[in-house]
Every structure is written in structure tokens, then in C-alpha cells.
Write a protein that binds this ligand. Structure first.
Ligand SMILES: [Zn+2]
Length: 270
């Protein structure tokens, strides 16, 4: 699935997804187009649509927030014309994508390799817009967002998970570090958060605070049960945490026990 949705004079949403049987998207992955520049590039399951879009749209630069397949899977449609920028450890992944598990191949699609990927700068401009590259660690260790201080826009990638009560972790995730990043976002001067799955959020503080409160609240409960000697499994049962239908199919890439273990044992400092 593919959809292009102008948001304001500068920002256009480029939405990609895989359709469910009822025709609805499983989940949109949203790339943002500003003039000749993209933030992320969508998922590979929409590659044919992305290629048609790339053929008629001048995209010279793509800044990839992090090397998850729903963010860089569309890059191959834009090369060699577009320059692609990513953080150092992500460069190798984008050049040589690992084979993703079957479930994620169904949901997002297997990215194709891209020959050239440049190192992410710490600052860049698009016309009169000035962007700072902001580290947003926690979801992926190297994830970055793009902040425009004059417009007060933050392109936040996957820093603020949807929905707010998500209790699924991924092996790369560090939940305490994620909370620290969310608290850092709360202190920034932001009017609009451009989330990579939800789209633009015009009440960023409230939106982020709901997630921070949820994580801090559940952390207290998990710590207490842990101190009482309960196992991860028992903690999950006593808090009645259950995952979505597809959890098993992710083959451990999404799991509730990863989330609980990270809450208990990970430290925010690297
Ligand atoms: Zn991600």
C-alpha cells in the first residue's frame, strides 16, 4: 500500500504498508518528504509504488533514522540518484541487509541492498530549514531524530511507541534508556512531533508524557514483584500482561519478557 499526503507547505507524508485481507494497512510506516529530501524511505513491500513515486519525484537525499526494515526498505528505489545518509553502524546493515524473519518479511518486506551509504552529518539544511541530528537511543542504540528549532519540529522516528501502553520489547531495546530519551524530548521546545507510525502529533508533551507515565508506573510494579522473588513469567502473569495475536510469529523479535527484563536489569547509561 502506498499513499502520499501533504501535511503543510513543507512536509508531505509518504506512507507505505502491507494490506490486510480486509484492505486495511497492517501498520503505516511513514517517511517524510521535505522539498528534495526524505526522512526514511518506507518498507520494501511497497517497493513498486515507491519506485513509481521515485521516478516522478526529485529526491536527492534520504536521511535514515535507524536501520529497521520499515524505515530503510524503500531506499533501493531511489538509488543511484539519491544520496543516503545513516549512522555509522547502520551503514553496513543498509548496504547488506540481513535476512529478516518470515513474519517481518510479510509485514514490511525484505530490503534490497544499497551500494553507497554516507555517514550521517550532525547538522544539515533543506532550503531555509535547519536540522539538527538528535540522538534518540533506546529503541535502537543508534536511532536519531531530526529537529528543526525554528519551526519546533521533531521527526522522532520510533522514539515514542504507539500505542502508549505497549509492553513488547525487542532484543536491541533498552527501556530505561528509552525513558531517558522520552524525558529529553519532554524538555525540548517542540510544537509538532512527526512520528514514523502515527504521523504528526500536535500535542507532543501530552503524548510523550502518557508513555513516560505508563513506563514509570509499570516499572515500579515490576520492581516490587521482582523484590518479592517473583520470576519474569510470574510477574507477567500477576500483571496480566498479554501480547497481540502475532507475538509468537515474531520468533522472539518482539516479546513481553524482553520488555520486563529490560525494565528490571538494563541501565540508561551505556
Ligand atoms: Zn524501529
Amino acid at each position: 500500500m502506498f499513499d502520499v499526503e501533504p501535511y503543510n507547505d513543507d512536509v508531505t507524508l509518504v506512507k507505505t504498508s502491507t494490506a490486510m485481507e480486509d484492505g486495511h494497512p497492517i501498520m503505516w510506516a511513514i517517511a517524510y518528504l521535505i522539498k528534495d529530501t526524505l526522512f526514511d524511505a518506507g518498507c520494501a513491500n511497497a517497493l513498486e509504488d515507491i519506485e513509481r513515486f521515485a521516478a516522478k519525484t526529485e529526491v536527492n537525499k534520504i536521511y535514515v533514522s535507524h536501520a529497521h526494515e520499515d524505515h530503510y526498505g524503500g531506499c533501493s528505489a531511489f538509488v543511484p540518484r539519491s544520496k543516503i545518509y545513516a549512522m555509522e553502524p547502520d551503514i553496513q546493515i543498509i548496504k547488506n541487509p540481513p535476512t529478516i524473519p518470515e513474519f517481518f518479511d510479510f509485514v514490511w518486506g525484505q530490503p534490497k541492498p544499497v551500494a553507497e551509504v554516507e555517514k550521517m552529518p550532525s547538522y544539515f539544511t533543506i532550503g531555509d530549514l535547519e536540522f539538527e541530528v538528535v540522538p534518540l537511543p533506546g529503541h535502537g542504540q543508534q536511532m536519531v531524530g531530526f529537529y528543526e528549532p525554528n519551526r519546533k519540529w521533531l521527526f522522532s522516528a520510533d522514539a515514542v511507541p504507539v500505542p502508549s501502553r505497549k509492553i513488547i520489547g525487542m532484543p536491541d531495546e533498552n527501556i530505561p534508556l528509552m525513558v531517558e530519551t522520552l524525558e529529553k524530548i519532554l524538555e525540548m521546545d517542540i510544537e509538532i512531533i512527526f512520528d514514523a507510525h502515527r504521523g504528526p502529533v500536535t500535542s507532543p508533551k501530552e503524548h510523550v508524557q502518557v508513555r513516560v507515565d505508563f513506563l514509570n508506573d509499570i516499572r515500579v510494579k515490576v520492581l516490587k514483584l521482582h523484590e518479592e522473588g517473583k520470576s519474569i513469567h510470574e510477574i507477567q502473569e500477576s500483571l496480566e500482561l498479554s501480547g497481540p495475536w502475532y507475538l509468537e510469529m515474531t520468533q522472539g523479535r518482539f516479546a513481553i519478557d524482553i520488555f520486563l527484563k529490560s525494565l528490571l536489569f538494563d541501565k540508561a547509561e551505556k
